[in-house]
Write a protein that binds this ligand. Structure first.
Ligand SMILES: [Fe+2]
Length: 381
């Protein structure tokens, strides 16, 4: 039996106009860069999520990933002012020009723009108060995996006509359902995903909504549970976020309809401690990146982790010797084997540039045939 969280927005479709102009209208229109810096007092607006689902609750062992937490319900993270600042950093001409990527599974993304062009966004995700909030929800101390993955932007921008016809179709289906069944509410859903079933490259992601979703239907994240059921988590509203242990849970983003634009900002995280296991890969990102920048960031953080581990091990063996204890050969060899595996993994992820097919991402970890169908609810025709 599928577990399904609330997925239907209660606001009547078409009842309110979005408070933001679709971002496409602002591109190249000379939107001023934000001048103020990130200030958690003004820009962080954290409200506890209604629920945080543990790995065990959704059928996985608590030790499957780097934390016992699987996914949060959407929660308010940033203020409207902070969202405005982040939006204005995206529409800068140099960002659109230099950081836009396309792939076989995504028409338009911005990647790697934060460190160079978006100081507000960069500071927002690196601020200790933001990290404390994200870490608390994730159940483990996290840091952004590296600068290139701060604020990855997924764009979906539609024309007014497309949006209007979607809203009309949704309204018609809702009305038909209410007339036929005499039940208020809407069973309407679209089961076509934005991106197919996949796991993320990095342990945790925080998906932040940068658009007004008042008229939006859909846009949930669907997860495959440990029992091969499908669970849906409601999509976040503007300024709200969802935290997901995406490296270990197969998931997909479902399509959203009825909104002129849908812009999400995805920031990836890893455990802060260099001593925790780290199974970061670059599978889903290396062909939609400035490979040199990505490999510099990846190489640097992998070497930093190795450096911290080696320093600790060096201190341990020196201390042991000074204390006139015999060497613990078994433990030392276990340390060396771990680091050999860590280095081999690092080397494997750095696929030579000449072997990459840029813009092509292979979908991975498809759930077993039939599983995704299990949660499909009947559509009213
Ligand atoms: Fe994902």
């Amino acid at each position: 039996m599928a577990t399904t969280t609330t997925t239907i927005q209660q606001t009547p479709v078409g009842s309110r106009k979005p408070s933001f102009k679709p971002i496409i209208e602002q591109i190249g229109a000379g939107v001023a860069k934000p001048k103020d810096t990130f200030d958690p007092k003004a820009h962080l607006n954290f409200k506890q999520p209604s629920k945080i689902h543990s790995m065990e609750e959704i059928g996985y062992s608590a030790t499957t990933g780097v934390s016992p937490v699987a996914v949060s319900e959407p929660f308010q993270l940033f203020s409207q002012t902070a969202v405005e600042r982040m939006r204005s950093e995206i529409v800068q001409p140099e960002v659109m020009e230099k950081c836009q990527f396309q792939s076989n599974i995504a028409a338009s993304q911005l990647r790697g723009y934060a460190q160079k062009y978006a100081p507000f966004t960069y500071d927002a995700w690196n601020h200790p108060d933001t990290l404390a909030v994200v870490s608390k929800i994730a159940g483990v101390d996290l840091v952004p995996v590296f600068p290139y993955e701060i604020g990855h932007i997924n764009f979906s921008v539609k024309s007014e006509e497309e949006t209007a016809s979607e809203i009309e179709a949704i309204t018609r289906e809702r009305k038909a359902f209410a007339d036929d069944e005499g039940i208020a509410g809407c069973p309407w859903e679209d089961d076509k995903p934005v991106v197919g079933w996949h796991t993320d490259s990095y342990p945790f992601v925080c998906v932040l909504m940068l658009s007004d979703c008042t008229n939006m239907v859909g846009g949930e994240t669907a997860l495959v549970t440990g029992n091969n059921d499908i669970m849906k988590v409601r999509g976040p509203q503007m300024g709200c976020a969802v935290v997901l242990q995406g490296r270990y849970i197969t998931h997909q983003a479902l399509r959203a309809l009825g909104a002129a634009e849908r812009i999400t900002s995805v920031t990836s995280f890893r455990p802060k401690s260099p001593f925790m296991r780290d199974e970061t890969v670059l599978t889903s990102v290396r062909t939609v990146s400035d490979v040199s920048e990505l490999y510099y960031d990846f190489g640097e953080y992998r070497l930093e982790i190795l450096e911290a581990r080696i320093q600790k091990q060096l201190k341990d063996i020196r201390d042991r010797r000074r204390a006139n204890k015999k060497i613990d050969t078994k433990a030392f060899k276990a340390f060396l084997a771990d680091q050999e595996a860590f280095l081999k993994h690092t080397n494997n992820e750095m696929v030579p540039e000449e072997s990459l097919v840029m813009g092509h991402i292979q979908e991975v970890n498809m759930p077993t045939e039939g599983a995704p169908r299990a949660a499909k609810r009947a559509r009213v025709e």
